[in-house]
Design a protein around this ligand. Structure first.
Ligand SMILES: Nc1ncnc2c1ncn2[C@@H]1O[C@H](COP(=O)(O)OP(=O)(O)OP(=O)(O)O)[C@@H](O)[C@H]1O
Ligand SMILES: [Mg+2]
Length: 213
């Protein structure tokens, strides 16, 4: 279970976002909707332990990650969290399989790579360079890389952002299928995708006071 309590995040340029309390139950899928800039990516980055809030608690399986070291947060993320970034963060000059196997550097077991690529219908692209793939194929590579370690938690930031609706819907169907039994938190601008998730959270309502101090 992930509990977000009394979180406030302030950036150097004085932008500050206050988040209302949220709970994400084990094995459930959540979709976060909300206007650009309301703080969706920032929330995922805080849950992933990449950004720290100024105040409040983020409790993941009874551990308040705001109280542990960056190294401990990194280990927790490597072990338990699969993060599909808004901008993918793939190395386009490298092949699909090398983009996955590079995770071995941080101790991730990538032996399920073929199985995961197959489940996303891109096993035949395994030895192609990412720069030669379509947007939808790149999106699937980013998903494959995030889930190869069978994480308990999957964070997906705009997983259909660059795709047309039909392809985006197919990707979401695959992602929610793969995430069964795991906690999935996905961000989207497209409310037509809500039906594939257990819960819909309107982040415009959850970020109570975005203000420029
Ligand atoms: N590194 C940063 N430095 C300064 N301000 C930032 C930084 N990251 C985010 N912000 C600001 O915090 C607010 C929330 O940003 P965030 O990226 O979380 O929004 P978002 O809801 O994900 O938007 P989008 O839908 O466009 O991706 C924005 O006003 C943004 O400008
Ligand atoms: Mg964002």
């Amino acid at each position: 279970m992930i509990e977000v309590k009394g979180i406030s995040k302030k950036f150097k340029n004085e932008t500050a976002i206050d988040y209302k309390d949220m709970t994400f139950e084990d094995g459930k899928s959540y979709i976060l909707l909300g206007a650009s800039g309301c703080g969706k990516s920032t929330l995922l980055n805080m849950i992933a332990g990449i950004l720290s809030p100024e105040k409040g608690e983020i409790i993941i399986d009874n551990v308040d990650i705001t109280k542990i070291s960056q190294k401990e947060k990194d280990l927790l993320r490597i072990k338990s969290i699969g993060y599909i970034f808004q901008d993918f963060k793939l190395i386009t000059e490298m092949t699909v399989i090398d983009n996955i196997n590079i995770l071995r550097l941080e101790g991730v077991d990538t032996s399920r790579a073929d199985e995961v690529l197959k489940s996303l219908d891109i096993l035949d692209k395994k030895n192609k360079k990412v720069k030669n793939l379509s947007g939808g194929e790149r999106q699937r590579v980013a998903i494959a890389r995030a889930i190869v370690k069978s994480p308990d938690i999957i964070l997906a930031d705009e997983p259909t952002g660059n795709l047309n609706f039909a392809i985006g819907e197919a990707v979401i169907k695959q992602l929610t299928e793969i995430a069964k039994g795991k906690t999935l938190i996905a961000v989207t601008h497209d409310d037509r995708l809500c039906k594939y998730f257990d819960y819909v959270i309107d982040m415009n309502e959850m970020t109570g006071g975005k203000y420029d101090a």
